[in-house]
Design a protein around this ligand. Structure first.
Ligand code: ASP
Length: 330
């Protein structure tokens, strides 16, 4: 027995040295870290990931951090890519509430949210806005309601694919107003926004980090916010909540988080979480996010275990809402 145990102990010690050495040299100066964004460039998830990459660069010793848009299937292609990537700290994922809603909203996703990732921490909370093409005759929510009822069967609603946040919000909106609309899926709400501005689609629900500047520039019509309280951002503060417009209990806030593949060494996870925490306190990052209606996480959700608890609570919260609204997708 002893003879078997001794080589095993030597092997274990060798592995520990290798793992330690791996983490010690991390991040290597000549090896970029890739953040996978599961949606198209130019949208809200892309924006937060790019701003975060910039803010995490310095605390990670000036390493280059690149953003790779692996868009499609409502965010599940990119998330799956990270779930299956090498667990070496060089491939990370920025994803949103879809991590919690996709498992209920979409029946078949090729990865397990709870067990295929290391949770590195939450990034921000972002309200959504209900917006419309600029040529829409309705100028406020009451007029929009009339327009919706007069145009049943003809309205289309952009989203970032089945399982995305815009999809979830759009489904809840249709269920609340009891009118079915035709979904028009894009690889992200960046490209969907271009079509909304161009008048190819009628309505969309999207994060304020993508809609604020378009609302400010009057390139789209804005009807309401999806949070229970009105917002304080100057360009958005006059928008009513859907709740006060009669859609009682309507409450959708999107959050984003940072993840690594399961099995990423603990000390690499710690380095990444430390860098994330520095980024979340970076005044430039905070200012950019706040200017777009987002709230940067400043509480215990900065800690991986707390973010994981939060995501589990979000899964538990959203599952019955999605089921009750009957808004599944295959
Ligand atoms: N806002 C998008 C969504 O609806 C995704 C994106 O392009 O960031 O999920």
């Amino acid at each position: 027995m002893k003879n078997i145990l001794k080589p095993l102990a030597v092997l274990a010690a060798a592995c520990a040295v290798t793992l330690g050495a791996q983490a010690q040299g991390y991040p290597a100066k000549d090896k970029p870290i890739t953040i996978i964004v599961p949606f198209a460039a130019g949208g809200p998830t892309d924006r937060v990931a790019r701003d975060l990459a910039e803010a995490m660069r310095k605390p990670l010793g000036g390493v280059s951090i690149v953003v790779d848009n692996a868009a499609g299937a409502g965010g599940s292609i990119g998330a799956n890519k990270v779930a299956k990537a090498a667990a070496d700290g060089y491939t990370l994922l920025v994803h949103h509430i879809g991590m919690a809603t996709m498992p209920t909203l979409v029946r078949n996703i090729p990865f397990k949210v709870e067990t295929d990732f290391e949770y590195l921490g939450a990034i921000n909370d972002v309200p959504m806005t209900l917006i419309g093409r600029p040529s829409l005759e309705a100028g406020n929510y009451a007029a929009l309601t009339k327009w919706i009822n007069a145009n049943k069967g003809k309205i289309n609603l952009g989203n970032a694919g089945v399982g995305s946040a815009s999809h979830l919000c759009g489904l809840l909106f249709q269920s609340a107003v009891k009118v079915d609309m035709t979904p028009v899926p894009y690889k992200g709400t960046g490209p969907a926004m271009t079509d909304l501005i161009g008048g190819q689609i009628d309505l969309m629900c999207d994060q304020t980090t993508n809609t604020t500047s378009q609302i400010e520039a009057k390139k789209v019509k804005a009807f309401a916010v999806t949070t229970p309280k009105r917002l304080t951002t100057p360009a958005l503060k006059d928008l009513p909540t859907l709740n006060e417009e009669g859609l009682k209990g309507f409450n959708v806030t999107i959050w984003h988080g940072l993840y690594a593949p399961k099995g990423t060494p603990a000390d690499i996870q710690k380095k990444l979480n430390d860098a994330l925490k520095v980024a979340l306190k970076d005044p430039d990052f905070v200012k950019k996010q706040e200017g777009l209606g987002a709230v940067v996480v400043a509480d215990k959700r900065m800690e991986p275990a707390e973010h994981k608890k939060f995501v589990a609570a979000e899964i538990a919260k959203w599952s019955p809402i999605i089921k009750a609204a009957g808004v599944y997708a295959d």
